[in-house]
Design a protein around this ligand. Structure first.
Ligand code: KDG
Length: 313
């Protein structure tokens, strides 16, 4: 697998990586474990750990955190040819705190290097060479120019005949609901696979029941939907058939990045030839394993772990 030479990646993810500080001990709430996050980076690493040839497209700062991220991707066999170093803006940071309602994110990322992505700076050849582009609502929320870069990347992938996977990843700390809704509803019909969480879809469409959510998403132009329902597993719909996939029983400590792991596993398996239902069953198990450790990246599983969990269920 290549980190910078040889054949280009089959899967390309585009977005913002973050340095993570995770409050990992209930008895020491001011102690933070440093790790890594950023939804699309998590997705890229998850897919790479599961055996896919993956590349990442972003900008990092010319700082210690940017260098740590580049080292991480190299270590994880994620191709870094699409990563640019911005001399004038920092790498983004976020904190994860844990409370009775689950985890909460606090960001230090305004005007970050990744937020300065724009269509003209995209590595067009790398995007055109991939079979699958993965983007998210966070990639679009971080700035107007990054939002335009996502549209440009989608256009490049479409011309190249690649599949496009889209996680709505709605973060209301990054943009207001009305703007998010406008952009997300314009993006959904352009993508082949729509991978929202149930929470996102409920907020976007103001409906609650899974069937109504799936109908609203198809009505908005989604072709294939993989609805991630957190601790309740997921539901897959191709417009003709709906399959509900039950959750796996694991000891969860931190759900940060579980949805991103799902996306990476789904991408890895579809590229390997699985149909969307089989890929979602696999991804559902991978995502469960991602909740068994702290942080978005450290607990991302390997193929043998996922298959062992699938074999136990
Ligand atoms: O899904 C986990 C991500 O949300 C986390 O790693 C941080 O990318 C992040 C974000 O923007 O919230």
């Amino acid at each position: 697998m290549s980190e910078g030479t040889g054949p280009g990646p089959a899967i390309v993810a585009l977005g913002e990586p973050l340095i993570e500080f995770n409050q990992h001990r209930a008895d020491a709430p001011r102690e933070y474990l440093q790790g890594f996050g950023g939804d699309t980076s998590n997705t890229a690493i998850a897919a790479a750990r599961l055996g896919a040839r993956v590349g990442y497209v972003t900008r990092v700062g010319n700082d210690a955190f940017g260098r740590q991220l580049i080292d991480l991707w190299k270590h994880e066999h994620v191709d870094t040819r699409g990563v640019a170093i911005d001399p004038d803006a920092p790498t983004g940071v976020y904190f994860v705190t844990h409370g009775p309602k689950g985890h909460e994110f606090s960001y230090l990322r305004a005007n970050s290097a990744a937020s300065r992505m724009r269509p003209e700076t995209l590595p067009a050849d790398i995007i055109r060479g991939a079979q699958l582009l993965h983007v998210s609502g966070i990639s679009q929320a971080i700035s107007n120019s990054a939002c335009d870069a996502v549209s440009a990347a989608i256009a490049l992938s479409k011309v190249a005949g690649a599949k496009i996977a889209y996680d709505t990843n709605l973060r209301l700390k990054l943009w207001p609901l009305e703007r998010a809704r406008t952009v997300i509803l314009a993006t959904i019909p352009q993508c082949d696979w729509c991978l929202p969480s149930l929470d996102d879809a409920q907020l976007l469409f103001d409906v609650n029941v899974t069937e109504a959510v799936l109908a609203a998403l198809h009505g908005a132009g989604a072709k294939i939907i993989v609805l991630k329902c957190g601790a309740d597993g997921c539901a897959v719909s191709d417009g003709k058939r709906v399959e509900r996939i039950s959750p796996h029983r694991v000891t969860s400590v931190d759900a940060t990045g579980a949805g991103d792991c799902f996306d990476g596993a789904f991408a890895a398996r579809t590229i390997a030839g699985d149909d969307v239902f089989a890929a979602a069953r696999y991804a559902n198990a991978a995502a469960a394993l991602a909740t068994t450790g702290f942080g978005a990246v450290a607990p991302l599983p390997r193929d043998a772990d996922v298959r062992a969990l699938l074999g136990r269920s």
